[in-house]
Design a protein around this ligand. Structure first.
Ligand SMILES: [Zn+2]
Length: 280
């Protein structure tokens, strides 16, 4: 079947699936994929349309059309972009892109330098934000639970970004803190009685300290997120629910890697992962 025929019949689900089957093998034969194929697949897998986000999900800076190698990074930092250049990547896939609603829209200073490098090397930059926090397998929250050996009870709250679950083995707060340090390579900030037994936990990756009250309402023993503000110290002490701040970067390191690996597997292309020692 010609590709153009596929395109014309896109609205018919069965034919669309046939097209996919035909092209599935071709991806692997040619060791490259078209930008739009990768983006369409990510949009569908992550159900981008279901989220109200404060940054664009998908392509943020357009580069070359054919992708043989992707690089992943938590943030589209200059260091990550330079890594993508060094590695000869055709696409940089990130969790934190560049165009946040709260930021000025002008392209100056550090933002100019980042965009200039991407354009010079024709590297696509695509970002997936809240959809990549919430995805039940590839998402930051799901990956976090897997790394820490927690069993998910439910996703809930604002755009399903909050999670509750159980530890497979009950740990005291100090044991849990040590486990988190070993897994993430970063000492968490922990507020609460260190001898308290932790059986049920709530979590949300990144800067989700504002959801602490919602977690307290779920009667969990502890809440884990990436950041802490002044108020959570008092709330933890006064409610008895432990608060764990394990790092915004550290808690969001694994979602984009999982997505990058899934893209590489699906399209038979190369993937490389960038990490930097961001203590925040
Ligand atoms: Zn984040």
């Amino acid at each position: 079947m010609l590709k153009s025929e596929c395109k014309n019949l896109r609205h018919k689900q069965i034919l669309r699936l046939e097209c996919e089957a035909v092209f599935e093998d071709r991806y692997k034969e040619r060791n490259m994929a078209l930008r739009r194929e990768i983006l369409a697949w990510c949009d569908e897998i992550l159900q981008v349309g279901l989220f109200k986000d404060y940054a664009p999900n998908g392509l943020q800076v357009e580069g070359k059309e054919e992708i043989a190698k992707i690089a992943t990074s938590v943030t589209a930092s200059k260091a990550a972009i330079d890594f993508a250049v060094e590695q000869g990547a055709d696409m940089l896939l990130v969790h934190h892109g560049m165009f946040w609603k709260s930021e000025p829209v002008t392209i100056t200073g550090w933002k100019k330098a980042r965009i200039e490098t991407l354009l010079q090397h024709q590297i696509n930059m695509a970002g997936y934000h809240l959809p990549l926090d919430a995805h039940p397998q590839l998402g930051n929250n799901a990956q976090l639970a897997e790394k820490l050996d927690w069993v998910l009870e439910k996703q809930f709250g604002e755009q399903n970004l909050l999670n509750t679950g159980r530890l497979k083995t009950t740990q005291t707060l100090v044991q849990l803190s040590e486990r988190i340090e070993a897994v993430f390579g970063r000492k968490p900030t922990v507020i609460g009685n260190l001898e308290r037994e932790i059986k049920r936990i709530a979590w949300c990756s990144g800067g989700a300290q504002g959801f602490f009250q919602t977690a307290v309402d779920e009667s969990v023993d502890a809440y884990l997120t990436g950041e802490i503000s002044e108020a959570q110290y008092h709330l933890a002490n006064e409610t008895g629910v432990a608060f764990i701040s394990a790092g915004h970067h550290a808690t969001e390191r694994y979602g984009v890697r999982a997505l990058g690996d899934a893209v590489a597997e699906k399209f038979g292309i190369e993937v490389v992962h960038f990490d930097e020692n961001n203590p925040a």
